[in-house]
Design a protein around this ligand. Structure first.
Ligand code: NAP
Length: 258
């Protein structure tokens, strides 16, 4: 197995499940030490166990929308494995509701978990990366960060914001060699899509199969994306060969956006 990221320390938010867990596995598999962060000890521990080799895995409990908790998380991660070389802002949540029924609370929750979290974590990680003239930030946005879709205005606005943050930060640090990119998955087979399917069933009376078909049909390949496919794109961006790629928003969505 290639150890191309040996010696690097990667911090992955939302590393306890779904796409985040697959990203942690991909980077760990390339030799990196990984810190996985989230709010739920049990899922983080299970994710860490799947990685094996405990000496290269650190678990940090934090709500990434909480400024003080993010600062503590970074301090403990640095104490465990040193400077963060790779930051993957993956933690996120989705919410579906007609625009007119979206409350201010849900709007703010979407911005906090999908956008402000990346601001807080990037602000912690970037100064040392820039000083070292080496580092990678990868933001897990969504095709909803590239194109509009009905009934997800708050999520869509937050993910478009995340793509905007990606582009702006990439320009701000470009001369240092640090890269900042976004990976934009289409519907991916995780708990998030299972929750979206249940929501469609509850709101429309469709069967689970019919609800899932609605999501699958968005993808020209006629299937859900796999978490490992998103993780592979992230892992590629973190390798030395991707050093000229910055400010990009790369769709991993079977051709859903062009
Ligand atoms: P998931 O299975 O629901 O995982 C989300 C992760 O984020 C969980 O590990 C969760 O852990 C963590 N998280 C949520 N809120 C957090 C908070 N406030 N602080 C810290 N951690 C938090 O979803 P997923 O599908 O893997 O999604 C991962 C990313 O991909 C998200 O940004 C999502 O928007 C994006 N995405 C997903 C899809 C899809 O179809 N699945 C498509 C496009 C983009 P805790 O709850 O334990 O904190």
């Amino acid at each position: 197995m290639s150890e191309i990221l040996s010696g690097k320390h990667a911090l992955i938010t939302g590393g306890g499940g779904g796409i985040g867990s697959a990203i942690a596995a991909a980077l760990h598999g390339l030799g990196a030490r990984v810190t996985i962060a989230g709010r739920t000890q049990a899922t983080l521990d299970a994710s860490a166990q799947r990685l094996g080799e405990a000496a290269r895995v650190f678990v940090a409990l934090a709500d990434v929308t909480d400024e003080a908790a993010v600062a503590t998380m970074f301090a403990s991660a640095r104490a465990a494995f040193g400077r963060i070389d790779i930051l993957v802002n993956n933690a996120g949540a989705a919410f579906s509701m007609p625009f007119g029924k979206t409350t201010l609370g849900e709007w703010e929750r979407m911005l906090a978990v999908n956008l402000t979290s990346a601001f807080l974590c990037s602000r912690e990680a970037l100064p040392a990366m820039v000083e070292a003239r080496d580092g990678r930030v990868v933001n897990i946005a969504s095709v909803a960060g590239l194109v509009g879709a009905p009934y997800i205005s708050a999520y869509c606005a937050a993910k478009h914001g995340l793509v905007g943050l990606t582009r702006a930060l990439a320009m701000e640090v470009a001369a240092s060699g640090v890269t900042v990119n976004a990976v934009c998955p289409g519907y991916t087979d995780t708990d998030m899509v299972r929750a979206a399917t249940s929501n469609i069933v509850a709101k429309t009376g469709r069967t689970v199969e019919a609800a899932r078909k609605l999501l699958v049909e968005r993808n020209p390949q006629g299937r859900l994306v796999r978490s490992e496919e998103v993780a592979d794109a992230v892992a590629w961006l973190c390798q030395p060969g991707a050093s000229a790629i910055t400010g990009q928003a790369i769709a991993v969505a079977g051709g859903e956006t062009q």
